[in-house]
Structures are given as structure tokens and as C-alpha cells.
Design a protein around this ligand. Structure first.
Ligand code: ZN
Length: 92
């Protein structure tokens, strides 16, 4: 399994309707400081996801994803949609 696969698996396992999940361990460093942000079209809930670790600064960007029901989302039309997301190293 590549590191990107591990990140995608962590995204699929995301267990809370929140941008934080204390049970999610970072696939890169193993710490529990992973964050998730969905930036989507409000009607279709399709857009992209940013998932990163505040501890080590690694993460992934996933395009063409649908935000699950109940997950908090930001609108793709909102200029502040990625506010608070740090510059992180993309795991490709
Ligand atoms: Zn990490």
C-alpha cells in the first residue's frame, strides 16, 4: 500500500461529522492531528477534499469527491473556503 492509499483509507474511515477526528492517526507520522475539509458545490456536494496533518504538515488533495451526508462542507463559491488550511506537503 502506498502512502497515498493509506491517506485515502483514512479518509474513507473518517468517523465524525466534523473537520477533526481524534481517532484518525496520520498515515505519515502516526499522530492524531489529522484535519479534513470538503470544498464542494452546495447542491451536488461534489468537489474536492483536503486532508492534512497539523503535526507533520503532510496530507492529500482529492478531486471529484462527494462529501458524505452530514459532513461539514464549505461552498466552492466561497472565497474563504480554504481559510485555515495550512500549506501542506501533498502526498501523491
Ligand atoms: Zn502527520
Amino acid at each position: 500500500m502506498t502512502e497515498r492509499d493509506a491517506w485515502l483509507k483514512a479518509l474513507a474511515r473518517w468517523s465524525t461529522a466534523s473537520e477533526t477526528d481524534a481517532t484518525a492517526a496520520c498515515p505519515h507520522c502516526g499522530r492524531g492531528e489529522v484535519r479534513l475539509r470538503y470544498v464542494v458545490d452546495p447542491d451536488s456536494r461534489v468537489g474536492f477534499a483536503l486532508m492534512w496533518c497539523d503535526a507533520c504538515g503532510h496530507g492529500i488533495s482529492v478531486s471529484r469527491v462527494r462529501a458524505p451526508e452530514g459532513a461539514p462542507v464549505r461552498s466552492i463559491d466561497d472565497a474563504t473556503a480554504t481559510e485555515g488550511v495550512p500549506e501542506f506537503t501533498r502526498v501523491e
